[in-house]
Design a protein around this ligand. Structure first.
Ligand code: AMP
Ligand code: MG
Length: 341
């Protein structure tokens, strides 16, 4: 073959490849991703379609705004000021999150309680200067009041002396919903958001299939115990493995406290995952159901509606509620799957 014709063939092949790529680019929807650090965790957002970039910018603004209002560690946040002064007039936004937290506290009989904060602080979970407080100290912190002692009149919230609130058990789920709303307003119909143990799916994947969300194996960092296929849904996991420290005597203390005692919850559970179209509810209930333990969590699910539950236990059971039959797959052989009804 002569050199010129080879050159021509190469040129033609290159042109064909380029046009194939252009066609593909035309068919595949635009994808945009962004990662930021907020609410003490890495937040990743991926959106599809022409509005993807604008949607992510709007969602990022919503997250930044919520964090600035709700953070307990930023001295100038609305919640930090409320904790500092004992009374504060809150914005409608902060008030909305607090009122969702108080409703969740009411619904769960106080298993979720945003006023555990003085006790969380005593364990050093915010400063990472960990220590083991004694029962007397925890009792006196608890005596200051519970969620029932939070007064809200108009926009002004008042706490009893010694009380403080922390919306950390619900804020990420609330934020995920608000971010999904912002994406929707920008015209995005397909997106996936991940905030620590909170995943929020908007719509479905651009190819029309369900999003696949890994459920972490509490015993194996970086491995999944199962995969959930979801559309338009939040999946929120609370687990003892997410934040903990080891005391001098080797005891492991984790960050989910029993509001009645102030001690890290000790029961048969390793993690609780809640599925719901309501991300704030899923977040608060994941924390609450961890506190309730296996039987309490399943009883609560039976008497309520609007969510499904996946429990992972220390003896290797993965207990899933019936509504997850078409959702759950790829279950690790390390677990025995048990259906609850
Ligand atoms: P999550 O990661 O959503 O399970 O929330 C746990 C965080 O919420 C902890 O790091 C504490 O700041 C706070 N917290 C701990 N125990 C409780 C509880 N029983 N109710 C509400 N918030 C809690
Ligand atoms: Mg939570």
């Amino acid at each position: 073959m002569r050199w010129t014709s080879m050159k021509w063939m190469r040129k033609t092949a290159l042109a064909a490849l380029l046009s194939a790529l252009l066609i593909l680019a035309g068919c595949a929807p635009r994808e945009a991703s962004r990662t930021l650090f907020a609410m003490d965790t890495a937040v990743t957002m991926t959106a599809y379609g022409d509005a993807a970039e604008a949607g992510l910018a709007a969602a990022g603004d919503v997250l930044t705004d919520l964090e600035a209002r709700l953070s307990v560690t930023r001295a100038d946040s609305e919640i930090a000021r409320l904790n500092e002064r004992g009374a504060e007039t809150l914005s409608d936004t902060a008030l909305a999150v607090l009122s969702r937290a108080l409703s969740a506290a009411e619904a769960t009989g106080g298993a979720f309680d945003p006023t555990v904060y003085p006790m969380v602080r005593a364990w050093g979970f915010f400063t990472k200067e960990y220590r083991v407080p004694d029962a007397g100290e925890l009792d006196s912190l608890r005596a200051a009041g519970t969620f029932r002692d939070v007064r809200a009149e108009g926009g002004t919230v008042t706490l009893a002396p010694g009380m403080a609130v922390d919306l950390g058990g619900i804020a990420k789920g609330y934020a995920a919903d608000a971010m999904a709303d912002a994406l929707g307003r920008a015209g995005v119909t397909s997106a996936i958001l991940s905030l620590g143990g909170n995943v929020r799916a908007l719509g479905e994947k651009p190819d029309g299939s369900a999003w696949r969300v890994g459920i972490r194996d509490p015993n194996k960092p970086d491995a999944n115990a199962a995969v959930a296929r979801i559309r338009d849904c939040s999946v929120v996991t609370s687990g003892s493995y997410q934040r903990f420290f080891t005391g001098e005597d080797g005891t492991v203390y984790h960050h989910i406290l029993d509001p009645e005692t102030g001690y890290p919850v000790q029961n048969e559970l390793l993690s609780v995952t809640v599925f719901s179209s309501d991300g704030a509810l899923a977040d608060a209930y994941a924390t609450a159901l961890f506190v309730m333990g296996k039987d309490g969590a399943l009883a609560f699910w039976r008497e309520q509606s609007g969510f499904e539950v996946l429990l992972m236990t220390k003896n290797g059971e993965m207990i899933a509620t019936e509504g997850l039959r078409d959702v759950l797959g790829d279950v690790s052989p390390d677990y025995t799957l048990v259906w609850a009804s």
